[in-house]
Design a protein around this ligand. Structure first.
Ligand code: SF4
Ligand code: SF4
Length: 319
């Protein structure tokens, strides 16, 4: 495999961050699900969680910058005890708040208020639904997940999410069940819209197609099945230079549950923090925006997953 850094024909100083538009924060690894493809290796037994102090550090940093979007992820971020506090505070700062929601979380004990809470704070929802078929979703995310996801989407539609004339945005996320690239996003979105409307009366705004990242739990899954080498070769063989300018790390930073700063959620899981000139990991507790500008990005062969085919990012295909 050719090293990604050589493939893109850019030095690390040329592959650098521009202005940050999105602050993504990972509130922790606790989740009510334990999906096969989860690069965070989240699940019900994980205990790592962002402290209130670090949540306040994120809000302080956000207030000191013009970063327009806060993108909240986990684990299941809604199960963090400070989730509501964070969302309300970010809205007071007049930031656009996105929540990466697994849908089933609204049926967890004591969480049935979440749809109305999302609505009240105009939270944009980005919800995983890796297929419109029960079999595929349950295979990847666990038995019963598809039915709960459908019920959650119907509930969100009832209160205005995803409707044509509504400002309540409901986006869905597709990722392949098997070791292959996502199909073209536009036609798949049309299929999702037609089938979900016909079968369940569900409407939504956009579909984001994501490529599975062959690290952590998903790498183990592929290796156990003897599919790892073939999958990483597939990613490299489909490298698309047109995606390099658009990858999400060019305009995003990711804050881990411990307060360290990363180029993206994947680098967070690979423990590749953004460092200062002395090699010390930057922390949200002392971070200022100018420390980020033009700082080079920690790239590696995992970056082929963001640049294969149409590319992949938190907002779906890149080109
Ligand atoms: S719902 Fe999301 S965070 Fe939770 S295990 Fe699945 S992929 Fe990971
Ligand atoms: S994994 Fe993707 S987002 Fe992260 S550094 Fe590599 S190209 Fe950028």
């Amino acid at each position: 495999m050719q090293a990604f850094a050589e493939k893109i024909h850019l030095t690390s100083s040329e592959f650098a961050r521009r202005a940050v538009d999105v602050l993504q924060m990972n509130m922790g690894r606790y989740c009510n699900l334990a999906c096969i493809h989860c690069h965070v290796e989240s699940g019900p037994t994980r205990t790592e969680m962002m402290s209130r102090e670090t949540v306040d550090d994120v809000l302080r940093f956000l207030a000191s910058t013009g970063i327009p979007t806060l993108d909240i992820t986990g684990g299941a971020p809604e199960l963090h005890p400070d989730f509501d506090y964070l969302v309300a505070a970010a809205q007071r700062l007049k930031r656009h708040v996105m929540d990466r929601c697994n849908l089933t979380v609204i049926f967890e004990p004591g969480k049935d208020y979440l749809p109305e809470f999302f609505k009240q704070h105009e939270v944009e929802l980005v919800c995983s639904l890796p297929c419109y078929s029960q079999e595929n979703v349950d295979q990847q995310r666990g038995k019963g997940t598809f039915d709960l996801s459908v019920r959650a989407l119907q509930r969100l539609n009832e209160i205005g999410y995803g409707q044509a004339d509504s400002k309540l945005i409901l986006n869905l996320v597709y990722n392949p069940v098997g070791p292959h690239l996502p199909p073209p996003q536009g036609p798949l979105e049309q299929d999702y819209k037609r089938i979900l409307r016909q079968q369940f009366g569900i409407v939504f705004n956009q579909l984001f197609c994501l490529t599975n990242m062959p690290i952590t739990r998903y790498a183990t899954h592929l290796k156990l099945r003897g599919e790892y080498d073939r999958y990483v070769q597939l990613l490299e063989a489909n490298f698309n230079p047109a995606t390099v300018d658009q990858v999400m790390c060019r305009n995003l930073i990711s804050v881990g549950w411990s307060g360290k700063i990363y180029d993206c959620d994947f680098n967070q899981m690979l423990d590749l923090p953004i460092t200062d000139d002395e090699g010390n990991a930057l922390s949200i507790s002392t971070l200022s925006n100018h420390q980020l500008l033009n700082r080079s990005i920690a790239i590696g062969n995992h970056c082929y997953a963001c640049t294969a085919g149409a590319g992949s990012s938190c907002g779906g295909a890149l080109v």
